[in-house]
Design a protein around this ligand. Sequence first.
Ligand SMILES: Cc1cc2nc3c(=O)[nH]c(=O)nc-3n(C[C@H](O)[C@H](O)[C@H](O)COP(=O)(O)OP(=O)(O)OC[C@H]3O[C@@H](n4cnc5c(N)ncnc54)[C@H](O)[C@@H]3O)c2cc1C
Length: 410
Amino acid sequence: MDFNDTPEEAAYRAQVRGWLDNNAKPKVAQARANKAPGRLEEIIKKSKEWQAKKADAGYACITWPKEWGGGGGTSIQNVIYSQEEAKYQAPAGIFTIGLGMCIPTLMTWGPEDAKKRHVGPAVRGEEIWCQLFSEPAGGSDLAGLRTKAEKDGDDWVINGQKVWTSGAHYSDYGIIVTRTDPNVPKHKGLTMFYIDMKAPGVEVRPIKQMSGESDFNEVFFTDLRIPDSQRLGDVGNGWKVALTTLMNERLAVGGGAGAADYDELLTLARDTELEDGPALKNGAVREKIADWYVQSQGLKYTKFRTLTALSKGETPGPESSIGKIVSAPKMQDLASFAMDLQSMGGIVRDRKLSPLGGGFQDQWFGAAGYRIAGGTDEILRNIVAERVLGLPQDIRVDKTAPFNELPRGK
Ligand SMILES: Cc1cc2nc3c(=O)[nH]c(=O)nc-3n(C[C@H](O)[C@H](O)[C@H](O)COP(=O)(O)OP(=O)(O)OC[C@H]3O[C@@H](n4cnc5c(N)ncnc54)[C@H](O)[C@@H]3O)c2cc1C
């Protein structure tokens, strides 16, 4: 791959930089936005304002057609915009799941009138979406899920429970995968729908995390009634529809963007005095920083492979899983090391007193979840082993038996 911009790409980059200079403030090293109750409303308001501004300028969903509210641009323009926006204070986290996974699934499988009704408002940030996949019995093995949808006249009636649903407490809509036929093997009896999160029969219970925040939820469904027009894809084809979401998830959550990295650690090491002098002069500290520098460079160039595929109009393959296998443990280890360097101060998470405004502490709280969300370390390793390296498949004894004949399917 040629790492330099073509003249057209350079012109686009300059245009994007000009717009960002006029509309956003440059990023300063700081803690991530705390989503504690009270602050959440403010974050949502600011995120919605920023998203609407981007949509007006053609920078929201750059690759999507203009008639859907997108920018009508190329994948490389999208990458250039993301690279430049990352240098500015731009709140966008609350739309990642909706625009990165749910709406692409709706656009691929949804009925025309649903697309007309929902895509534009999502692009403009007026409506927020969540992904209702994981359940107590269906996480890594998503096809083991038990939430039922039963046909009743022209409607479907949904009963069951989801868990770990990020942003369900502030979402307007969600995409949900349900079991519609327990008499066939687990992957074959699933059907997907989209639902109104404010409808009667949907109860959202936020989960309190060790950080004190609530990013995700339990969601309970009691006789939730929805029309057949909210179905995504054919009855029984839900696994294929869910794969569209999961393929997009790999790209949406892959990078660990925004995390503190070796350069923030370098600054901390420069400013920290150990018993035998500045931390930056300590051989063990230098070795750690060098290791994370090497990993960051490896990640950067591995990401270029994904960009190369995108620039050729290809869909990046399972190899993009490598990014998260490396970046998630790196985030966790680096934050933990930075807290150790702060000695007793490492346990203080204070916006004013802690280095990086408590950013290393925030990262440490969040990193464990990042190693699980969007595919655990182990599952991603399985994907790389089986689909990239071509090693023999994991043994899956429950793949062909009817779901209701499996011990946990009853
Ligand atoms: C921060 C965060 C946000 C999330 N947001 C959402 C969301 O918005 N929507 C949603 O639907 N879900 C969400 N999830 C759920 C996430 O997708 C699941 O937690 C994840 O898929 C793992 O499932 P599980 O928790 O049921 O763990 P399990 O699947 O029960 O796994 C438990 C352990 O067993 C290991 N394991 C399981 N199977 C294998 C195997 N075949 N080989 C080797 N090891 C294996 C796993 O790696 C793990 O260590 C989120 C999770 C987190 C942490």
